[in-house]
Design a protein around this ligand. Structure first.
Ligand SMILES: [Zn+2]
Length: 530
């Protein structure tokens, strides 16, 4: 049996007319934070990360969600009850939240370890723990209050009790007047979802020590350690990510796949944070890509709505934080920020584009509601689903119904790395000793891989990549003669018999035995050099 059936959120799906969300804003349950309540983060005032993993840190200039960087301080307040005394010690809670390699009850690291991992070492959330405070009433008293009033009154009580010993302004990490992360951990298990006390992310209007204690989250502590709930609620509270219903196991903001080793944050959100770089692709690009898990997120924006809608994909492998997934390969997603939340089955802010489906998230895919999970056939990979194109997936369209224009072919086998061709007829890759592909074009500012914002070009930071992208100019331009002359000028002599390709990646000729260029019509060509 799937234990995720018992996720409190999903109980509500038995009543499909009700919204399911565990964000509570001013007395109302919401799919995601309303505009005025979205977490924000001003990175200018934060410390640098206390340490970094081996990868080069990259930053997105403009993230859709709040994107804290470096070390941030989070406050955790512990509360227990006369009928439910503290089941663990303060020290144990500190270890659960902060200790490197925490493994009690089978946890894969602490909460801090989780976010260090998924952020590639760029976000260090350190929790400072206070408690236990014995609540004024027994737990049953709060549990019997309607809607959010039980958790609301407990929250107010906890804030008031700890105020004399805590400087809340310490937890306004970016000094914008609001705190980023206040956690209330209460003794005992969550019992009823949406009433009394239950794990959720909430909102407060209280002001203490000169700061507003806006976003907070509540997590239960039944006595056995697991990190999923804390990690998930932190996702709402710190970053403002919504619940990803109709999404499955592929993100910790989706389904509750594993409590002890929760799945990673999806690569689109990770790239939005700047934890991995985006690589932007257009329909005119032809490029043979080799990629690793946790390396880049490819993005193809809808040319008609580039700020709102796009397709993204990356290599996801079912190891480590993604161990719970049932397959590996290229995982594709469709996002549209103009859609609020993931509450409707057909139009979602973020949905998986299943390799095995006609393209609608509710189209006979096995990993969605009512049995959320993951499916090996959701991934694009050699043998089963080695191509994505408008022809192969006639149901996958932009939300206005138009074709995407994206084509990915020759999708390879998941291993340490994975290959695929953006466009079609990518030239065969040279041996691993070859240097990255060199693009020859008329433009002196030849684009290679266009990486979003300030993110370093992954082609230059990784030896395994061999990538190029071409943006041809119109052949009717008067400047097209210059293209060929420029082309000849910059590459008159080259490696004898080296192949020359057109912008679609098709070989169109080769250099002579003396290394001179073949006769070619006006245009832009690509040459791979050793
Ligand atoms: Zn949630």
């Amino acid at each position: 049996m799937k234990k995720n059936i018992f996720l409190p959120c999903f109980l509500l799906f038995a009543f499909p007319t009700m919204l399911c969300a565990d964000i509570v804003y001013q007395g109302k349950r919401v799919q995601e934070w309303p505009e005025e309540a979205r977490p924000t983060f001003n990175n200018q005032n934060t410390d640098k990360p206390s340490f970094l993993l081996t990868r080069t840190p990259v930053t997105q200039n403009k993230s859709h969600y709040a994107a804290p960087k470096g070390k941030i301080y989070s406050l955790t307040l512990l509360v227990d009850f006369s009928d439910k005394p503290a089941p663990v010690t303060v020290k144990e809670v500190e270890e659960w939240l902060n200790k490197e390699g925490f493994n009690k009850d089978g946890c894969n690291g602490s909460v801090r370890d989780y976010y260090l991992d998924v952020s590639n070492g760029q976000l260090d959330i350190t929790n400072e723990v206070f408690g236990w405070y014995r609540a004024k009433h027994p737990k049953s008293w709060y549990e019997n209050l309607k809607d959010y009033t039980g958790s609301d009154s407990l929250m107010k009580e906890v804030f008031a009790y700890f105020d004399p010993q805590i400087d809340f302004s310490r937890y306004d990490n970016d000094k914008d007047g609001t705190t980023e992360a206040i956690n209330i951990v209460y003794a005992g298990a969550g019992e009823t979802w949406g009433q009394g006390l239950w794990p959720h992310s909430g909102w407060s209007n209280e002001k203490r020590d000169g700061v507003r204690l806006t976003h907070h989250q509540m997590t239960d502590m039944p006595g056995k350690f697991s990190i999923y709930v804390f990690v998930h609620e932190s996702g709402h509270m710190i970053f403002g990510w919504p619940d990803l219903y109709w999404y499955g196991d592929y993100c910790t903001m989706g389904n509750r796949a594993n409590d002890l080793n929760p799945v990673a944050i999806n690569d689109f959100y990770r790239a939005d944070q700047g934890w991995i770089p985006f690589v932007d692709v257009t329909s005119e690009d032809v490029s043979l890509e080799t990629t690793k898990p946790n390396e880049v997120c490819y993005r193809y924006k809808n040319p008609a709505r580039p700020e709102k809608e796009g397709l993204v994909w990356s290599y996801v492998r079912n190891t480590g934080r993604d161990k719970v997934l049932k397959g590996s390969g290229l995982l594709m997603q469709h996002y549209d920020f103009s859609i609020e939340g993931n509450s409707a089955a057909d139009k979602l802010t973020l949905r998986i584009v299943h390799a095995n489906a006609a393209g609608k998230s509710n189209d006979n895919v096995k990993d969605q509601w009512p049995n959320p999970g993951s499916d090996a056939n959701a991934f694009f990979k050699s043998g089963t689903y080695s191509e994505f194109s408008d022809d192969k997936y006639p149901a996958i369209r932009w939300y206005n119904g138009s074709k995407t224009g994206l084509k990915i072919t020759d999708i390879g086998t998941p291993g340490e790395t994975m290959q695929f061709c953006i466009g079609e007829n990518c030239p065969a890759q040279e041996s691993s000793s070859s240097v990255p592909a060199v693009l020859l074009s008329s433009s002196s500012s030849a684009p290679v891989v266009s990486s979003s914002s300030n993110a370093p070009n992954p082609a230059s930071s990784s030896n395994i990549k061999s990538s190029s992208s071409v943006k041809p100019t119109s052949s009717s331009q008067s400047g097209s003669t210059a293209i060929i002359s420029n082309f000849r000028k910059v590459s008159k002599y080259g490696i004898p018999e080296n192949k020359i390709f057109n912008v679609l990646g098709k070989p169109v000729g080769q250099r002579t035995a003396s290394g001179e260029l073949p006769k070619l019509p006006k245009g832009i060509y690509v040459e791979f050099v050793k």
